[in-house]
Design a protein around this ligand. Structure first.
Ligand SMILES: [Zn+2]
Length: 453
C-alpha cells in the first residue's frame, strides 16, 4: 500500500508529484524533489456546516473600510509595487538571489516604518551585532526596532502574541523551524509549515508580515515558490545591469502586477530611481546611432521608459543561424527575423544573431516587434538609424505593422527625452509634436528608414 500522506515537491518551482522524480517536468531541475508530509486539515468536522448556518451575506454598501488599513512603508518604489502601500495583516514574500539586497531593503524599510509603527526584525542569518553593523554601514537608525534571532516558530509565535508588533520581517524563511516537523530547516516541509503558522498569526493579529526567501540555483534550499500560494503578495527582486535592481510583483491580492520598482544599489544601500525614463538609454552625441541600435518606448505599469535595443549579426560559421538573446525572448527574435526575411527580403538565415537591451531590462511587450526588426535590419546592412528616431509597433506574421496601446504615453515620454521623430503603426493616431512616419507594413518601415539614414 502506498502511503497517501506524503507527496514529493520540487524545491525550485513547487510542483507536487505522488512519486519521486529525478528531473522536474516543469522547471527542468535535477534532483530537486523532496518528500513532504501532507498536513491534516486543522478544521474539525462539522465546523464548516456550523459556520455557514450562522453567517449571512451582507450588502457591500454596509461594509466599512477601516482607515489605516493600508499604510506607506516609507520606500516609495516598494509601495508602488505593493499597490500603494502595505496592507495590515497581509503577508508579503520577497524572493531573490542571495546578496542581491533583500536584507538591505528590509532594513531600510523598517527604519522608516519604525517612526510610526512597532517593528520586529527576526534574523536567522545574522547575529544582532552583525545586523547592527550592517545598519551602521548603511547609515540607518534602528534604535526603535526590536531584533530577535531565534527562528523556532513556537518561540516566535509566543513572542508575537505578547509583543503584537505591527510590522514583522523574517529574514529568511529558510532559517525557520518547528519542532512539529521532523525535517531540517530549509526543507519543503519546514518552509510550508512555518510559513502557514506565521501567515495565520499575522492575519489574526493584524501584523504586516514580510518573508524574505532566497532563490538558489543549486537547489540546496527549497525556494520561495513552494509558499507562493500561501501569501497575499509575492515580490521578486532582480538585478539588471550593474547596480540596478528591479522589484516586480508575481502575485498581488491588493494591487496589479504590472508595476515595477527601480532602485540603484550603492554604498549607502538602495536609492529609488524616481525618474527612470532615460535610465535605460545611452547618451550619444551626434545625428546617428551606431548600426544595430534602435530606440523604443515601453510601458510598465504606470510608467514609460525609453529603451535601447541592440542587435548584432555575424555570418554563421557552421551554415545555420543561431539566436543569442536573454533580454528578449529568443522565439520572438526568431519570428521577427523570419518576417524580415519573408516580407522585406532581409537575409538573416545565414547569420548568427545577438540581441541585447541596454541596462539589462527584460522586454516582453508586443510593441517592441518593430524596433527589434529595425535593429536587426540596421545591424545586417551596417546602416545607422537616426539617434532622434523612436519606433514602436506590433508585427503580424504577414509583415503588417499593427496598432499598440498607450501611444500617447509613449510619444510624450519620447518627446520629453528629446526624440524628434517617430515611426509608428498607421492605425495609431499621433498627437505629439514629433515628426511622424506612419507605416502599415515592415517593407514600408524599412523604406522610410532607408531615406532617413
Ligand atoms: Zn520544478
Amino acid at each position: 500500500m502506498k502511503d497517501k500522506s506524503v507527496q514529493f515537491v520540487c524545491t525550485q518551482c513547487g510542483r507536487a508529484e505522488s512519486k519521486w522524480l529525478g528531473r522536474c517536468p516543469d522547471c527542468g531541475s535535477w534532483n530537486s524533489f523532496e518528500e513532504e508530509l501532507i498536513l491534516p486539515k486543522q478544521t474539525k468536522p462539522g465546523k464548516t456546516a456550523q459556520i455557514s448556518l450562522e453567517t449571512k451575506p451582507v450588502s457591500l454598501e454596509d461594509i466599512q473600510v477601516e482607515p489605516g488599513f493600508r499604510y506607506e512603508s516609507g520606500i516609495s518604489e516598494l509601495d508602488r509595487v505593493l499597490g500603494g502601500g502595505v496592507m495590515r495583516g497581509s503577508s508579503i514574500l520577497l524572493g531573490g538571489e542571495p546578496g542581491i539586497g533583500k536584507s538591505t531593503l528590509m532594513l531600510q524599510m523598517i527604519e522608516k516604518c519604525s517612526l510610526k509603527r512597532s517593528v520586529l526584525y527576526v534574523s536567522g542569518e545574522e547575529s544582532p551585532s552583525q545586523v547592527k553593523l550592517r545598519a551602521q554601514r548603511l547609515g540607518l537608525k534602528l534604535s526603535k526596532i526590536s531584533i530577535f534571532c531565534d527562528t523556532r516558530v513556537e518561540v516566535l509565535v509566543n513572542v508575537l502574541e505578547k509583543m503584537k508588533p505591527q510590522v514583522l520581517v523574517i529574514d529568511s524563511l529558510q532559517t525557520l523551524s518547528s519542532s512539529e516537523v521532523a525535517s531540517p530547516a530549509g526543507s519543503v516541509n519546514q518552509i510550508r509549515f512555518c510559513s502557514t503558522e506565521l501567515v495565520g498569526i499575522a492575519k489574526q493579529l493584524g501584523i504586516s508580515l514580510f518573508l524574505v526567501g532566497h532563490v538558489t540555483k543549486e537547489g540546496v534550499l527549497a525556494g520561495p515558490k513552494v509558499i507562493e500560494h500561501l501569501v497575499d503578495t509575492v515580490l521578486y527582486f532582480d538585478q539588471v545591469g550593474s547596480g540596478v535592481r528591479l522589484i516586480r510583483a508575481a502575485k498581488n491580492r491588493f494591487g496589479s502586477v504590472d508595476e515595477i520598482g527601480i532602485f540603484h544599489m550603492g554604498e549607502k544601500g538602495l536609492t529609488a530611481v524616481t525618474n527612470p525614463s532615460s535610465f535605460f538609454i545611452t547618451d550619444r552625441e551626434g545625428e546617428s546611432a551606431p548600426p544595430g541600435i534602435a530606440y523604443t518606448a515601453v510601458v510598465e505599469g504606470s510608467r514609460t521608459f525609453l529603451v535601447e535595443i541592440q542587435a548584432l549579426t555575424v555570418p554563421s560559421k557552421n551554415g545555420f543561424s543561431r539566436v543569442y538573446s536573454d533580454r528578449i525572448d529568443t522565439a520572438r527574435v526568431t519570428r521577427i527575423a523570419a518576417i524580415l526575411e519573408r516580407h522585406a527580403q532581409v537575409r538573416l538565415n545565414d547569420q548568427d544573431i545577438y540581441v541585447n537591451v541596454a541596462g539589462g531590462m527584460r522586454l516582453s511587450e508586443v510593441s517592441i516587434d518593430l524596433p527589434l526588426a529595425l535593429a536587426l535590419w540596421s545591424a545586417l546592412k551596417g546602416v545607422s538609424l537616426p539617434s532622434s528616431l523612436v519606433s514602436y509597433g506590433e508585427m503580424s506574421l504577414a509583415g503588417e505593422v499593427r496598432t499598440v496601446g498607450f501611444a500617447e504615453k509613449r510619444e510624450k515620454a519620447s518627446s520629453e527625452l528629446g526624440f524628434k521623430r517617430v515611426l509608428l503603426p498607421k492605425s495609431n493616431k499621433s498627437k505629439a509634436d514629433l515628426k511622424v512616419y506612419p507605416v502599415d507594413t515592415i517593407k514600408k518601415a524599412l523604406g522610410v528608414c532607408s531615406t532617413l539614414t
